[in-house]
Design a protein around this ligand. Structure first.
Ligand code: DOR
Length: 442
């Protein structure tokens, strides 16, 4: 038989967001060109996936890679190495760099820095600020742009849309789904004395309390409905927001992080100190369980890592001088596979949350689904492999993870980007072939 495919992946169990079945996959010129039974003789290269699950490449739709401006924490190369080692084929990167990504020039600067440096595929968010409100509807259509990111409460960096007046203007300027960090700035400011009262990071969820998150999410949904602008609420942390967003599917989608689904207060602050400090904060068990309820009932649409590396020296400054954020792009999949093995969600639901979900929500045209004609982005996982998350494996420049020494069951064993094997058995293969993602009808 003549050679018809560049690569055939044989004998794996293919998992999509709606089905699990044994199937081969044929790949030609970086695209999926056959799904079903594909004879080995038809390929230039065969990959043996017997005993493995073949998932659509994982999309981490919330990462902070710190370039430009804070490359001592992370840069495009180190961040994207961490991504492919963790089975992630595409990242969407946030705009709170220095300078922030708020103009055509700063957006194009990111695109040109990325060329020849990224090991995975990528898209970049545009940050909303007071100065660019009128330009947002144009900026969100730039090739490679995921959409607009709005910070309603201050976090790392300078981006901020602090009140309803500005928020309404931002929501009225553009049509694509906007991603939102929902914490109420006025309440955060009013409660600063709590943060500054001399305690440690256990104060963080008291300062940035449940009401701070819920209030902002309620304000956002009200204005989104008035402006008829779809929004995506990032890193939900409260049971209360899940209950509220359950009835907001007409206008809003929702995201959780593996950290908020795995860690809880007070233990995380006792064990990890400021290394567990992030915005919005890790909360108690009641809220963690509320988030799992949102995973179970469909309220949550996406899991993103909010990969936000800071150096150990910065974290060791002590609360409240320590910056907020934890790395997560490399551990997203292992941590979530461990939850799958523990029976907390199915593998199909995980695929929905980490591939099909982010792809559909932000409107990629080629990613997140195992389908003929789509990019051959695939993550091969060994659901039975038991591993310990070790410092040696971590590629992020920050050199730590909140999950160090955690034992997990389930591990990514190969990452395939547009038909190229870029990671196999924890080793990076080849160079930086990452490309900007295409979005449809932006
Ligand atoms: O904890 C956080 N860190 N939350 C954010 O919203 C930003 C992030 C960062 O960039 O450090």
């Amino acid at each position: 038989m003549s050679v018809a495919f560049d690569t055939v992946i044989h004998g794996g169990t293919l998992v999509t967001h709606y089905t699990t079945e044994k199937s081969d996959i044929g790949i030609s010129e970086g695209k999926i060109t056959a799904i079903g039974t594909v004879p080995k003789s038809t390929a230039k290269e065969n990959i043996d996936a017997r005993g493995l699950h073949v998932l659509p490449g994982v999309i981490d739709s919330q990462v902070h890679f710190r370039e430009p401006g804070n490359e001592h924490k992370e840069d495009m190369e180190s961040g994207s190495k961490a991504a492919i080692l963790g089975g992630v084929t595409t990242v969407f990167e946030m705009p709170n760099t220095a300078p922030p990504t708020t103009t055509v020039a700063s957006f194009n600067d990111k695109l040109s820095r990325a060329r020849g440096r990224y090991l995975c595929d990528y898209g970049f968010f545009i940050g909303a600020c007071e100065e660019n409100i009128r330009d947002l509807s144009t900026l969100e259509k730039l090739p490679g742009c995921v959409g607009v990111k709005i910070f309603m409460g201050s976090s790392t960096g300078t981006l901020l849309i602090p009140d309803d007046h500005l928020l309404r203007e931002v929501l009225a300027s553009g049509t694509r789904r906007a991603a939102v960090h929902a914490e109420d700035e006025e309440r955060l400011n009013a409660r600063l004395p709590i943060r500054n009262s001399g305690g440690g990071p256990e104060l963080h969820p008291q300062w940035r309390d449940v009401k701070t998150a819920l209030l902002a999410t309620e304000r956002l949904i009200k204005l989104a409905r008035i402006c008829e602008r779809p929004v995506h609420v990032l890193h939900i942390t409260t049971r209360d927001e899940i209950a509220f967003l359950r009835n907001a599917g007409d206008i809003a989608t929702a995201e959780c992080t593996p950290q908020h689904l795995t860690l809880s207060a007070p233990e995380c602050y006792e064990h990890l100190g400021t290394y567990a400090q992030m915005n919005p904060p890790i909360r108690d068990e009641e809220h963690r369980m509320g988030l799992w309820q949102g995973i179970a009932d469909g309220t949550v649409n996406v899991i993103g890592s909010d990969h936000a590396p800071h150096t150990k020296a910065e974290k060791d400054l002590g609360y409240p001088d320590s910056p907020s954020g934890m790395p997560g792009v490399q551990t997203l999949l292992p941590i979530m596979l461990d939850h799958v093995n523990a029976g907390r969600l199915t593998l199909e639901r995980l695929v929905e949350l980490t591939s099909a979900g982010p792809s559909q929500l932000y409107g990629t045209t080629q990613k997140g689904i195992i389908k003929i004609g789509y990019d051959a982005d695939l993550t091969l996982v060994d659901l039975n492999r038991k591993m310990t998350i070790s410092k040696d494996w971590i590629a992020s420049k920050c050199g730590w993870s909140p999950f160090l020494e955690k034992k997990v069951k389930g591990w990514p064993v190969a990452t395939i980007l547009r038909g190229n094997v870029v990671m196999r058995d924890d080793q990076i293969i080849g160079g930086p072939i990452g490309k900007a993602v295409a979005f449809g009808n932006p």
